[in-house]
Design a protein around this ligand. Structure first.
Ligand SMILES: Cc1cc2nc3c(=O)[nH]c(=O)nc-3n(C[C@H](O)[C@H](O)[C@H](O)COP(=O)(O)OP(=O)(O)OC[C@H]3O[C@@H](n4cnc5c(N)ncnc54)[C@H](O)[C@@H]3O)c2cc1C
Length: 421
């Protein structure tokens, strides 16, 4: 039964702010609203809050990044200007101080990424939720917002039935669409579009790209890192770019932080031209002339593999990738091979499905909300976190923007709740 055909329901009354979604953005909104002195009810579809946050802890919980601003702001590949406004109120150092207040000390890793000292999410989440409860935030688990009824009232499915929500202000913090088994499934997108809220389809971000491998290469090298390598590509403005980093060969193609960092441009190129046009430099520290010289010298009876390994330290997955991607004629021509080692064309196919991605772009268009994160088309409703249409690579930028936007939405929703009957 669609929400609009549901029978009239009894109200679910919230005297202050209702937060829907118990991820990092929703929890931060709850904290900010409560700190402003209003009553806060938090509704979460799952049996517990912060499930994706806990999964992020499996990779060490990269909370934020040590980049100073404005370099930090520039890492947002979509929506950087809006995110910068949120960060003015709560940036990376503020996030670290906040974590310390919860008893979680953080450190800056060699890559500039910031982690809790114990690399875990659970202790932080536990003490945060305990503090929110002690401060009076009421948690309602297994309460799922299921859309609007015919009168435009928000309906909540909860143990015992469906009720319509009555609140002075509502903060939506429903996340994007990746890893739907953890709770954020993007189901809300058509409900908001139907109410006149500008939205964009969700797009997989921070995910791998498909590239069919031969059985031999996949069997031997799936899981093998390619590092260091440099990616050479053309960005959305047609500017030639390069970036050094690491990627990983996977069963289906390529993944890893280097691809996540440039994924927005690759997706745009795939959409515009049907191909990503990615080149990999397998020896970023070695000039092409040196590679050419090493390959042009007499081989002294050595095989190509031996020459690559001994003279250029090019072996394992990197060397196999050359055989995988290049025709025999190129492998047999030292100058052409040297050029290919420095600019190996990797024909990437589509990004992996949204469900597998670390995050999603798309969602509520940033022009749909004002600087206070109030949804223009829905007075009294606010939005924060990954459900807004911004994007960033991994590195702690995702969580930082979720926390920062949650803080703004919670604070401004509270000020509306305090002033409206
Ligand atoms: C494997 C993995 C690792 C990651 N690692 C990192 C990392 O190290 N650093 C980093 O910065 N980011 C990381 N991320 C991304 C980060 O976890 C997300 O960007 C962040 O959790 C988004 O926060 P959010 O509050 O907007 O949404 P979510 O965390 O998705 O929370 C949304 C909540 O809303 C609830 N909800 C959804 N629909 C409804 C509904 N209709 N009614 C009621 N409740 C609903 C969901 O159940 C969920 O609890 C990782 C993501 C994944 C998948």
């Amino acid at each position: 039964m669609s929400p609009s055909t549901l029978p009239a329901s009894v109200p679910l009354h919230c005297p202050g702010v209702a937060i829907i979604g118990g991820g990092p953005a929703g929890l931060m909104a709850a904290e900010a609203a409560r700190a402003a002195g209003v009553e806060v009810d938090l509704f979460e579809a799952k049996a517990s809050a912060g499930r994706k946050f806990l999964i992020a802890g499996r990779g060490g919980l990269n909370l934020t990044h040590g980049d100073p601003r404005p370099d930090f702001d520039r890492r947002y590949t979509l929506g950087a200007r809006s995110v910068a406004g949120w960060l003015d109120a709560f940036d990376g150092p503020a996030l670290r101080r906040w974590a310390a207040e919860l008893g979680v000390r953080t450190f800056v890793g060699t890559s500039g990424r910031v982690f809790p000292e114990d690399l875990k999410a659970a202790p932080l989440l536990r003490s945060w939720i305990a503090r929110l409860k002690a401060d009076g935030v009421r948690f309602h688990m297994r309460h799922r917002w299921i859309g609007f009824d015919g009168e435009g009232r928000a309906l909540v499915d909860m143990p015992g039935g469906t009720r319509h929500l009555e609140a002075r202000a509502v903060v939506l913090a429903l996340g994007g669409g990746s890893w739907p088994q953890l709770g954020s499934d993007g189901a809300w997108l058509p409900w908001l579009s139907a109410r006149g809220v500008p939205t964009r389809p969700l797009d997989a971000s921070n995910c791998g790209f498909e590239r069919p491998w031969t059985d031999l290469f996949r069997t031997r090298f799936a899981g093998a890192p390619l590092k260091p390598v440099a990616a050479l590509w053309t960005d959305a403005d047609g500017v030639a770019r390069s970036r050094q980093g690491e990627c990983v060969v996977s069963e289906y193609g390529l993944e890893g932080s280097l691809l996540y960092a440039i994924g927005a441009d690759l997706r745009a190129a795939l959409q515009a031209r049907g191909e990503a046009g990615l080149l990999l430099d397998l020896l970023p520290a070695t000039p092409e002339a040196k590679v050419r010289e090493a390959l042009g010298r007499d081989r002294d009876g050595r095989s190509l593999s031996e020459v690559l390994r001994r003279r250029l330290r090019l072996e394992g997955a990197k060397a196999a990738l050359l055989r995988e991607c290049l025709p025999p004629a190129t492998l047999g021509d030292p100058a052409a091979l040297a050029a290919a080692i420095k600019r190996l064309p990797i024909g990437l196919g589509p990004p992996r499905p949204i469900a597998e991605a670390i995050s999603t772009a798309g969602g509520i268009a940033l022009e749909a909300v004002d600087d206070d994160l109030a949804i223009r088309a829905l007075p009294g409703w606010y939005a924060c976190g990954e459900m807004l249409d911004w994007d960033a690579p991994t590195g702690g930028y995702l969580l930082t923007a979720c926390f920062a936007s949650g803080r703004i939405a919670g604070r401004t929703a509270a000020s509306r709740a305090a002033t409206r009957p």
